[in-house]
Write a protein that binds this ligand. Structure first.
Ligand SMILES: Cc1cc2nc3c(=O)[nH]c(=O)nc-3n(C[C@H](O)[C@H](O)[C@H](O)COP(=O)(O)OP(=O)(O)OC[C@H]3O[C@@H](n4cnc5c(N)ncnc54)[C@H](O)[C@@H]3O)c2cc1C
Length: 392
């Protein structure tokens, strides 16, 4: 099966690739390729550069500084960025709360937040999960009690990625205890510097500060910082992902990893290391899986762009995409072999491992394990598919 780009799409792809070739700082691309990640400052600088070009918010309407691109264009842009090893922009503002503010925000909220989010002048994090509310998100307990013109917020969020760098947090809070769970939730925008907010790190098993716990103790939040109507935060929360849900296949990330795998096979060959035929067969099989995923994804995006109805497709794409990343990680690990072990610099005079990006393979693999859970766990996706596709 083939899914050829139209002439316009091919021109668009060439334009994006041309821009990336000149604009993306080489040092940043090298760090990303190695899996070393980048700091907030560099990510902010790259976001500003894209914003200047008008490309920081591909999914926002043009009236708010977005690109007005359709899903296929966004997919092409995404793939080109990942292939060039450009950093992934922080999605909490640009992909999540930004579009929600566009849909539900007051004029004052739009004016205050949207330009700052687009230019990385203001960073958001996401306060949904709680110790007793993950997959079953509607059972959030953090409470916001109305006192005059403020809400007073008490409770705890957990697994909050990026809270250490965030200026604001968007939160689901309970404002009504007497109605069905989903109907008593409100959506608040909360300044992280407010008195009573405390952030504590949670360290992942790759040693990185991947998440945080955020505690709220009598935090006062002005009522005008609520997004949408009181008790209707569930509607805002559900809208948050919008058609972004269709870009969850991780095709771009999978292509990036596969290109690194192929580069490594050549590098290992150059070093005289012969990889077993069975491993090479596995790499071919990964290639086939990726092509199938990409074809399926492009077919669904094209349908959606033409106004087609979307059902359980995002669940299928999320499931297959995250499983493929993890399968590729395992092969990557086996190609790198012992070089993926952390270097004990105290007891060796060995220079850092070669090839250079072996150093972060293990850490990347651990990080990608989280894809099974983040954004809706695999079991929950299976449930959706079972219900909506199989009618079980
Ligand atoms: C890398 C990463 C980043 C994250 N970042 C954020 C963030 O920034 N902000 C935020 O709010 N949250 C974040 N989360 C949290 C994430 O949203 C939750 O972990 C997720 O919703 C699952 O909730 P839980 O951890 O409480 O697990 P639970 O919901 O308790 O699930 C535990 C296990 O039970 C299974 N399970 C649950 N319900 C069902 C069911 N109905 N049928 C079958 N199996 C079921 C799950 O699949 C899972 O295996 C992040 C998570 C990860 C991994």
């Amino acid at each position: 099966m083939r899914h050829a780009l139209t002439a316009d799409q091919a021109n668009f792809k060439a334009e994006v690739e041309g821009f990336l070739a000149t604009a993306l700082p080489r040092e940043i691309a090298t760090r990303i390729k190695r899996g070393a990640g980048i700091n907030k400052e560099d990510l902010g600088a790259w976001t500003k550069q894209l914003n200047q070009k008008g490309w920081a918010a591909p999914n926002w309407p043009e009236a708010y500084g977005g690109t007005g691109w359709n899903l296929m264009q966004r997919h092409i842009f995404d793939v080109a960025c990942r292939q060039a090893h450009a950093p992934v922009l922080s999605g909490f503002g640009l992909n999540m709360v930004g579009p929600a503010i566009i849909e539900y925000g007051t004029d004052a909220q739009k004016q205050e937040f949207l330009p700052k989010i687009r230019n990385a002048d203001l960073w958001f994090c996401q306060g949904y999960s709680e110790p007793q509310a993950g997959s079953d998100l509607a059972s959030v307990r953090t409470r916001a009690d109305r006192k005059g013109d403020d809400y007073v917020v008490n409770g705890q969020k957990i697994w909050t990625s990026g809270a250490e760098d965030a200026d604001w947090i968007f939160c689901l809070v309970r404002t009504n205890h007497d109605v069905q769970q989903q109907k008593g939730i409100s959506f608040l925008l909360l300044d992280m510097t407010s008195p009573g907010v405390q952030v504590e790190p949670l360290i992942a098993f790759n040693g990185k500060r991947l998440w945080n716990q955020v505690f709220f103790d009598e935090v006062r939040v002005p009522v005008e910082q609520r997004l949408g109507d009181e008790d209707h935060g569930w509607t805002v929360a559900k809208s948050l992902l919008g058609d972004e849900r269709l870009l969850v296949s991780r095709v771009a990330e999978n292509k990036r990893i596969l290109s690194i795998i192929k580069e490594l096979v050549v590098l290992q060959g150059d070093r005289g290391i012969e990889l077993p035929g069975s491993l090479l067969n596995e790499i071919n099989a990964l290639d086939v899986r990726l092509r199938a995923l990409e074809m399926t994804s492009l077919r669904i995006l094209t349908q959606a762009d033409a106004g087609g109805k979307i059902g359980a497709e995002p669940s299928m794409l999320k499931l297959k995409g995250s499983e493929l990343v993890q399968a590729q990680d395992e092969v990557l690990f086996r190609i790198i072999d012992h070089l993926a072990l952390p270097l004990d610099t105290k007891n060796t005079n060995r220079t850092p491992v070669e090839p250079a990006f072996a150093e972060y393979v293990a850490s990347g693999q651990y990080h990608h394990r989280g894809f099974t859970i983040a954004g809706g766990s695999s079991e929950v996706q299976h449930n959706i598919i079972a219900k909506q596709v199989l009618g079980l």
